[in-house]
Design a protein around this ligand. Structure first.
Ligand SMILES: [Zn+2]
Length: 253
């Protein structure tokens, strides 16, 4: 692995410490809220850093648009974690401290959101199905309505996902996208008849800009999971048996 110990990418920073590699977004780190994206060099993608490992909540991701909301005091973290793992859901929002929340991906887009003013965080898994269902804008809506966040205080970090360079899709994806998004042509690069390459990250950025998040508060690491073989697992590139990366966020105040 020739990756240097630390280098800057579009909006992210990759560091390697004791052979464990993580990706961070400096724009999110400035808030004091902890977050990370693993790479395939984080002990097989599954090593969770800081003190998040014991208190880490994930859900049963099903490419839907259900959101798990954790807004009451947590007395039994193990029971919450076990319950959440069975919960069919593709996003988690919480305002509770010292509970890490996260999603698993290997081409789909992981998005970490935080409102440092209201102390609210979210982790979102968005593949093409969840994106077409508007999962990310639904998460922002819940942050606003349930937790009284102001959209212009929310920061968003778009993690590594398959890029438009590698994400060939057919009519199964193109037709539903056309039906929900009048600007669909902006996000598809036609290749041959009935096929195109999809820009999943830009489609999600448009969703949260429409939901009121300021462009200056949206950070995208800008790395394609399929192109970056040395850094990431890719379902499209490696097939069904590939590993998964974890993306997580935690309030520490
Ligand atoms: Zn690519």
């Amino acid at each position: 692995m020739n990756t240097p110990a630390c280098f800057d990418i579009s909006s992210g920073r990759i560091t390697t410490d004791n052979n464990v590699q993580y990706l961070f977004i400096p724009g999110l780190e400035q808030t004091g809220i902890r977050h990370f994206f693993t790479t395939k060099n984080s002990y097989g993608g599954s090593r969770i850093p800081f003190d998040m490992e014991k208190n880490f909540i994930t859900v049963k991701q099903v490419h839907g648009d259900n959101i798990l909301i954790i807004d009451s005091p947590v007395n039994d973290i193990n029971s919450l974690a076990a319950d959440a793992k069975q919960r069919q859901s593709d996003a988690i929002i919480t305002n509770r401290s010292h509970i890490g929340i996260g999603v698993y991906t290997a081409d789909c887009l992981p998005i970490l959101l935080c409102d440092p003013v209201r102390s609210v965080i979210a982790a979102v898994h968005a593949g093409w199905r969840g994106t077409i269902m508007g999962i990310l804008s639904k998460v922002v809506c819940q942050m606003v309505y349930i937790f009284k966040c102001q959209p212009d205080n929310i920061l968003a970090g778009m993690g590594p996902a398959i890029g438009s360079c590698c994400y060939a899709v057919g009519e199964t994806v193109i037709e539903p996208l056309k039906s929900v998004n009048p600007e669909w042509e902006r996000f598809l690069i036609p290749t041959e008849y009935g096929k195109a390459k999809l820009d999943l990250t830009s489609l999600n950025i448009m969703q949260i800009e429409d939901a009121g998040i300021l462009s200056k508060n949206i950070y995208s690491v800008g790395l394609c999971t399929s192109c970056s073989n040395e850094l990431f697992f890719s379902y499209r590139r490696d097939g069904i048996g590939t590993g998964r990366m974890v993306s997580g966020i935690m309030l520490v105040q």
